[in-house]
Design a protein around this ligand. Sequence first.
Ligand SMILES: Nc1ncnc2c1ncn2[C@@H]1O[C@H](COP(=O)(O)OP(=O)(O)O)[C@@H](O)[C@H]1O
Ligand SMILES: Nc1ncnc2c1ncn2[C@@H]1O[C@H](COP(=O)(O)OP(=O)(O)O)[C@@H](O)[C@H]1O
Ligand code: SF4
Ligand SMILES: [Mg+2]
Ligand SMILES: [Mg+2]
Lengths: 269, 269
Amino acid sequence: MRKFCIYGKGGIGKSTVVSNIAAALAEDGKTVMVMGCDPKSDMSRNLIGRRIPTVLDVFRAKGPDEMKLEEIVFEGFGGVYCVESGGPEPGVGCAGRGVITATDMLARLGAFNDLEPDVVIYDVLGDVVCGGFAMPLRKGLADDVYVVTTCDPMAIYAANNICKGIKRFADRGAVFLGGLIYNGRSVVDEPSIVESFAARLGAKVMGRIPMSELIPRAEIRRKTVLEYAPDSEIADMFRDLALTICLNKDRIMPEPLSDDELDKINEEI
Amino acid sequence: MRKFCIYGKGGIGKSTVVSNIAAALAEDGKTVMVMGCDPKSDMSRNLIGRRIPTVLDVFRAKGPDEMKLEEIVFEGFGGVYCVESGGPEPGVGCAGRGVITATDMLARLGAFNDLEPDVVIYDVLGDVVCGGFAMPLRKGLADDVYVVTTCDPMAIYAANNICKGIKRFADRGAVFLGGLIYNGRSVVDEPSIVESFAARLGAKVMGRIPMSELIPRAEIRRKTVLEYAPDSEIADMFRDLALTICLNKDRIMPEPLSDDELDKINEEI
Ligand SMILES: Nc1ncnc2c1ncn2[C@@H]1O[C@H](COP(=O)(O)OP(=O)(O)O)[C@@H](O)[C@H]1O
Ligand SMILES: Nc1ncnc2c1ncn2[C@@H]1O[C@H](COP(=O)(O)OP(=O)(O)O)[C@@H](O)[C@H]1O
Ligand code: SF4
Ligand SMILES: [Mg+2]
Ligand SMILES: [Mg+2]
């Protein structure tokens, strides 16, 4: 079972990447499970066509002993299994609490034994690396992490923090860094900045998804690009990225940059 | 003593707004204190010309009993007093922990009695509304909150979450919503979207800062626009915004939008 996490700053394109590579892998015959670990809980919208109840929603309504797998796992495009952790109401406890509850419930309900996924993808909020959001790293829930970024200093700062989080847990249940994913979510397109950042971390760039109108256009229709425009170049890029990630065996313990090194990268922009 | 918070999604322009309106108020003869409550800890860079030690840095080095006010409060442009809370290493405890430590230390060291600021501005991370980042709301540390946003759905989602946080604590130490600040940090410029969002919340838009090259240009030189280009239109806009906020007495308990209402706003885009 291949398990990996997609981390990155809010709005950087994690859910876009996760839902599209899940669709690509499903199209390729794999049994895929995607786990939304962002309180925004909208990762599965493009795979299922609507919002699904989150684990926290069901947990609040029924409590842990009455919950069934079919109430929290939903099948979408290509048979991809989707779970949304959900989040507490803002201001009520740790925003990452849903991630902890969801991973616990899936374990209790024997989800992996039942559904036997070939691939499990975690879509995790990366603006802060703490509480429930650090759990996939802390508890070694996956083999490796891929960080979505743009060349924007804010995205790079967040990516660097995620690498600090990865390094923090290096000696227990270590989840390694597989690489960076350069997504077209910024006005400026400077691949050299992302390459230079990757090189300093000791990592590689797995692939690049350019800015594309197909992405929001598919999203408005609540579809992935794989479903909405299967013959497009963008769909092919997601297929390539899916394969590259699945086959990747190069994983490293990243060397996070200092504040000064980050400032230097920003001055290159 | 006028106290307010500036909240918003990471990278939306909080520190830009806070440092510039602080500079404007200082230019106008006020004694201003700014408190960085974002682990990024770079809000005071444009006021002081370099990064300053954070409260958590000094706390880790010396412990609470050895700390002096002059080790954590630094004077910058126009005599503005700057404090940076700092954050723990990613993965080590709550990212908001610095905010709690910093506000405690300033209280212990009698900062407000010593320095007697006319205005105190809190610059607070708003990607998640929990832990230390919810503390200014939970503990009523200020009179009101202003949320920086663009018309980008991600920024609006975060702004809405902050409003949920404000509403959460409505019945204890309530900090009200003063209004939204529309900052030019998005490719798209659609003021009607921000106006429509404000209207549904029951709030008003305090002002608008357009996208401007002066801002990053001043920042590269580690200055506010007020210092770098005091005669520019942008400097005047910050002066107006500073005054508008300081004089504002309209504060409301916001009516946060549901997921469906947020989706509708996004479909308008
Ligand atoms: N390469 C791209 N080109 C154009 N729009 C994109 C691209 N990637 C993402 N988007 C858009 O950006 C927004 C945020 O993406 P999303 O995947 O939801 O981010 P995250 O899950 O990291 O918060 C979505 O509206 C999505 O349609
Ligand atoms: N109106 C604007 N026009 C152009 N650049 C801006 C504007 N506002 C902010 N920026 C730039 O955007 C970046 C993020 O702003 P910042 O204030 O640091 O965000 P935050 O404190 O919310 O994380 C900075 O590099 C800043 O120079
Ligand atoms: S640990 Fe992180 S996510 Fe949890 S309360 Fe603190 S800031 Fe929020
Ligand atoms: Mg997402
Ligand atoms: Mg800031």
